[in-house]
Design a protein around this ligand. Sequence first.
Ligand SMILES: Nc1nc2c(ncn2[C@@H]2O[C@H](COP(=O)(O)OP(=O)(O)O)[C@@H](O)[C@H]2O)c(=O)[nH]1
Ligand SMILES: [Mg+2]
Ligand SMILES: [Zn+2]
Length: 301
Amino acid sequence: MTSAVVTGQVLRAVGGFYRIALADDTIVEARLSGRLRPGGAKDQQGPVLAGDQVILEHSSAMWLITDVMPRNTELRRPPIANVDLCVVVQSVRAPTPNMDMIDRILIQASHAGLDTMLCISKADLGDEESIAALLRPYEIAGYPHVITSAISGLGIDELARALKGRISTLAGASGVGKSRLLNAVCPDFNRAVGEISKRAVRGRHTTRQVELLKLPFGGWIADTPGFSTLSFGDMTLRELPATYPDFTRYAAQCRFASCLHRGEPGCAVQHAVEEGRIDSGRYQRYLRFAEEVEELEARRY
Ligand SMILES: Nc1nc2c(ncn2[C@@H]2O[C@H](COP(=O)(O)OP(=O)(O)O)[C@@H](O)[C@H]2O)c(=O)[nH]1
Ligand SMILES: [Mg+2]
Ligand SMILES: [Zn+2]
């Protein structure tokens, strides 16, 4: 039998089996060719992630992945390749806004080179004023945002437009309405809504897998078990302020090129905070995150 060589997109990677969409939309199951099988146990996720573009070979009634194309972006927790956009979802209430978490996700997504966007969900539960107050710090920072309600349909078209033609992921606390938003964007997704996370019960190695869902208007949504660790991983203190679009706008005017905006003299970022051009809540959280990153860094050496 002759072997055909084709390209495909990995939708799901589970225990050495890969579900792949070929260019003609056929879905196939594939395994890794011997060449790609990991030698050591260092890389727990293996060499192929959901989101990867791969080269496949069909031989002896089996699909084998023979190569992985270079990645645009790479997240490790959750493990997905080539995500373009991270939509951080936060409900107006139920659950109560968690700015610490919003900022942590924005930082990590930006650090990984993803575009970011804020999605206020459950707008039907809040008045205009509380929505505006929640958005303000991020508006000032310049993040794109959309206000949605999966119940009234508000903002769903706008969200869909932002997702169109790209690989995106929805991130945010459990219960903010991610699954219901996915269903609002595409009813065929049929995601379970209101499901309590089983992660804590099932343990770390059996968490639900990342899965890419095809958007009917073009593009993919990565449904993930969540941004499980919100710790800063291998980020360095120096890299942290660069993930703040509201800081980088002013940082060039700091007296010291090496300024970390933590009380150094002539700090233009701190000055902007004092003048209300940077949200002081974001800045206070930055100072805490900087301490955390510093501690992680010290432990690494
Ligand atoms: N009022 C209101 N409730 C919502 C909305 N979206 C989701 N919910 C409810 O919030 C709960 C959690 O939703 P779900 O989509 O499972 O959240 P996830 O954990 O982020 O995936 C469910 O009870 C949903 O019915 C919304 O736009 N408005
Ligand atoms: Mg969900
Ligand atoms: Zn500074």
